[in-house]
Design a protein around this ligand. Structure first.
Ligand code: NAG
Ligand code: NAG
Ligand code: NAG
Ligand code: NAG
Ligand code: NAG
Ligand code: NAG
Length: 562
């Protein structure tokens, strides 16, 4: 009895499986239909539309699916399509463009598809993305780990005044901008757009193909201000919050596979799905020798030369013998993690290769450390255990004789007033003048950024016996948007500046960034003859450019004897 029930269910499963098989149908007019019996989509030369799921069409009047690079300047045009692999329960459909191959891996009965892109001839870039522009009545809200809520309606844009770069001021005096819908890429489990009945999501269980480091941020969702479309953006290589990103992309570089997933709009369901994906990454069904050649783990323990463990440090595996910052890297594959309290760290599923290991303070008990650890020629090669263990990693740090420190060195504005998340015009909340008194002020008495005519002052006493010693002021910026020059004075003697003459511009501060952009660190020596028993270091803005919200995002300031 039991046996035949199983046999019957197997038989039924077999039948429905055959019916649900993924397919590619050539319409013979330069368009194709792909899908399975749960969903399907018509792919034309550039745009994918007519997305059917549960008998509803989900693109509507919107633009649909496409792939493009360099700020939408170039959309990829598909010239042919074929099934390149048929597995026991999926098909891998490949669309070809001059720049490379877009794959849709369609499993039986799966609502959505795994997607990956194989580079063939993309130019040096910049921005490269896939996206869905979907029906705005079905998809009314958007979610990422940094922001969840209803997308502002197009009607609100219509009654607002455009003030700059995709940013509007509403009649109530609030700001409306797509950049509020950004997030830290490596902290996302999933993001997408949803409504009462449907959700469309991106799940990236692997993140090694993204450019940049731990602090890589990207725009993720938004209302398209020209058309009203609900946009679910997949910036697989991007520059929205960076000063520089010009990467030569090797032939054969693979972005993905990630999962594009449709459901009923439930975040609980997509979170569960993400956990499944994490457990199956890297996907065994993808036949690519380099993709498959990975070690299960790269581990090590990092100690400071003063004996402290590198507790909580940001640890990064990237370009060997680097000539770019970790945020600006993007040609190959990048791994990020944080050390534990004892300085030990672990990267998983690392592609075979030779890397440089880098580490920097992420605040906490090593928040005084201003240097970056670098170890070149880290050989991650296949071993019998598929594990790479790095021995004896020592990060040399100089003993510093600190007079004061404002904020922890972590390449972020964390701890300062108004820091956190994304919010247009947040810097307007910072005061024109503030005084941080060493010994009595709190971190939150300093503001995360500076963009008003006035002075941020650090006041501190020195003992009479010390006032002839020379000192060094280290200023770490979490980001900088050109347009505001900050002159730095020690007891009214100008010791330096933060200005466009020395710092590349990143858009973070004027694009809703409050935590980080491009990191920069400067050292300004101060002569002992400058000091008195009561001292002040001033960060003074004397004029502003006409552009809104430009200037520094502060990370930390430290003064030490030398
Ligand atoms: C696509 O889905 C729609 C709605 O379910 C259905 O009517 C249509 O036949 C499907 N197209 C193909 C080629 O399966
Ligand atoms: C949806 O898009 C249409 C244009 O296709 C636009 O008229 C409408 O205002 C948009 N809806 C919302 C909520 O923004
Ligand atoms: C930077 O490094 C990359 C990769 O190692 C190398 O191909 C490139 O030539 C270097 N560029 C410069 C200017 O040194
Ligand atoms: C900032 O301080 C300067 C110097 O004391 C003063 O002239 C200026 O009015 C202050 N600005 C504001 C907005 O309070
Ligand atoms: C005076 O300076 C010396 C180093 O030159 C330092 O060790 C000492 O802590 C300083 N004393 C005070 C009170 O700042
Ligand atoms: C800032 O300082 C640099 C280095 O001393 C100098 O070359 C530059 O002219 C200064 N810029 C401004 C705007 O003061």
């Amino acid at each position: 009895m039991k046996y035949s029930a199983i046999a019957l269910s197997l038989l039924l499963a077999g039948t429905s499986q055959a019916k649900q098989y993924g397919f590619l149908k050539d319409n013979g007019d330069g368009s194709w239909i792909i899908g399975n019996d749960v969903w399907n989509m018509t792919q034309e030369q550039i745009y994918g539309s007519k997305l059917y799921y549960k008998d509803q069409e989900l693109v509507g009047e919107a633009t649909g699916h496409y792939v493009s690079y360099n700020g939408a300047a170039s959309n990829l045009a598909w010239t042919s399509a074929k099934i390149v692999k048929t597995g026991s329960n999926y098909v891998d459909v490949q669309f070809d463009a001059a720049e490379g191959e877009m794959h849709w891996v369609i499993f039986n009965g799966l609502a959505g598809a795994y997607q990956y892109f194989v580079n063939r001839a993309l130019p040096v870039l910049g921005e490269f993305r896939t996206l869905w522009r979907l029906d705005n009545e079905t998809f009314t809200s958007a979610y990422n780990a940094d922001k969840d809520g209803v997308l502002p309606p197009l009607s609100e844009y219509a009654i607002s005044t455009k003030i700059q770069d995709e940013t509007w001021k509403t009649p109530e005096g609030d700001y409306l901008t797509k950049y509020d819908w950004s997030g830290f890429v490596r902290e996302q489990e999933y993001w997408g757009v949803y409504g009462e009945k449907f959700g469309s999501w991106y799940l990236h269980p692997g993140k090694d193909y993204f450019n940049g480091d731990h602090l890589k941020q990207e725009l993720m969702n938004h209302r398209e201000s020209a058309t009203g479309d609900a946009v679910q953006l997949n910036m697989i290589h991007g520059t929205h919050f960076q000063a520089l990103s010009n990467d030569v992309l090797p032939n054969g570089k693979i972005w993905g596979p990630w999962l594009w997933y449709l459901n009923d709009g439930s975040k609980t369901d997509v979170a569960r799905r993400y956990n499944n994906e994490i457990n199956s990454w890297p996907y065994k069904w993808l036949d690519d020798a380099a993709y498959k050649s990975r070690v299960a783990s790269v581990t090590g323990k990092l100690l400071l030369s003063d004996g402290r463990p590198a507790a909580g440090a940001a640890v990064f595996l990237g370009d060997n013998h680097p000539n770019k910052t970790t945020l600006d890297m993007g040609s190959d594959y990048y791994y990020t993690t944080y050390a534990g309290n004892d300085g030990s760290f672990r990267f998983i599923d690392v592609r075979i290769g030779v890397y440089a290991l880098q580490a920097w303070s992420n605040g906490g008990s090593i928040g005084d450390v201003t240097t970056t650890y670098l170890k070149n020629d880290v050989d991650v090669s296949d071993s019998p255990t598929s594990k790479t263990r790095l021995e004896k990693l020592t990060w040399s740090v100089l003993k510093s004789d600190t007079i004061f420190q404002v904020g922890g060195f972590d390449r972020k504005s964390t701890g300062f007033a108004f820091s956190g998340g994304f919010g247009a015009g947040r810097v307007a909340n910072c005061p024109a003048n503030l005084t941080y008194t060493v010994g009595s002020s709190q971190e939150s008495d300093w503001c995360f950024a500076q963009n008003a005519i006035g002075t941020y002052r650090i006041a501190f006493p020195l003992s009479a016996s010390n006032i002839t010693n020379d000192a060094l002021l280290t200023v770490s910026l979490a980001g900088y948007s050109q347009g505001t020059t900050v002159n730095i004075f020690a007891n009214e003697v100008r010791i330096g500046n933060l200005s466009s003459s020395g710092i590349l511009s990143d858009p973070s501060l004027y694009r809703s960034g409050t935590v980080a952009g491009e990191w920069h660190q400067f050292e300004f020596p101060i002569k002992g003859s400058t000091f008195k028993t009561n001292n002040k270091i001033d960060f003074r803005v004397m004029s502003l450019s006409s552009s809104l919200w430009r200037g520094p995002i502060y990370d930390a300031v430290k003064l030490e004897w030398i």
